[in-house]
Design a protein around this ligand. Sequence first.
Ligand code: ADP
Ligand code: MG
Length: 386
Amino acid sequence: MSDIRDDARASFTETFGGEALGVWSAPGRVNLIGEHTDYNEGFVLPFAINRRTVVALGLRSDTVIRVASAYTDEVAEIALAELTPDRLQGWSAYPLGVAWALGEFGADLAAVPGVDIFIDSDVPVGAGLSSSAAIESAVAIALNDVWQLGLTREALARVGQHAENTAVGAPTGIMDQSASLLGKPDCAVFLDCRSLDAEIIDLGFAAAGLAIVVMDTGVSHSHATGGYVDRRTSCERGAREMGVESLRCLDADDLPRAQEILDEVTFRRVRHVITENQRVLDTVRTLREQGAAAIGGLLDASHRSMRDDFEISVPELDLAVETANANGAIGARMTGGGFGGAAIALMPEASVSLLQVALDGAFAEHGYSPPDTFVVTASMGAVREP
Ligand code: ADP
Ligand code: MG
């Protein structure tokens, strides 16, 4: 961690000259359970991870914003007054979109000082660990501080989501930004995506000797297109035909009626959301009453529901989950939007290295490149670094 922070400071000086005023950071996230429930106004249970995006920021004497990142050579620059979603594109739409969205949330972009921002990160991009929320949240908390906006973390989460929806054009929910801004060590963020109430839930993984292993398949996904949008559309159709505002309004008792009136595919999409919401509630209750070692079956059921009902898994994710369960995992599931990215396994710390060997073997046998496998711990949300 201290190394990316130092790198960001050094790269700031190299790119822009002078010293950065300060460094802020925000984590990526793993969603423990509750997939594709956020935009259905349901429940999610993500946690912030020990992989972070770091922002080194300096004030300018004019009203220009410049952003650079270790991820790319392109330095983007625009006058704050000229920030509009249609002028933003590529990676810089994330940080510049946040600056624009802060304007929509009350910042006077004609009055605030210009800034230079250098971004560095050890959150893998496009792996389902939400590098997008990490960059949004890091920039949002930094600008909120230096522009003295006084927005709450909940408001900053909405700022990040607004940037991603409108400036980037990806129709994502608010889960990722909430985890990145509200996370606490060894805790998850239990978020009701209808009321936006967030509750911090003890995971107790450390005390139980359990680790979450991320198995990044390296298969790439795109949230902005294709399957993700198609699944959202199916959920909207399901809710409309069931006569409710969102699928959150339904529970297991509504399944027989759903099966009767919905087409077969839409029914399975709806069944995933209904049962997944229940699994989130069951996971929170189980964590409280029985502890982390008892949630494995819920993780496994979540994966099956995504594989069979929501149909957002891919063979590489299924193989990672099966291999984990055959090698000591208590439970495992794909995480994130799907169509690639990563799966997670909850397992005794002592079994992690065996799993890594087993995964390499299983993936080689199927002719897939080996997954990038690493342990994540539930960590602190966005902070100003000392
Ligand atoms: P995920 O959030 O799962 O990692 P997304 O497709 O939602 O994947 O977001 C990834 C995009 O966010 C990248 O393609 C890039 O445009 C932007 N991004 C994320 N992290 C950085 C970074 N450190 N520097 C520059 N751009 C980044
Ligand atoms: Mg993302």
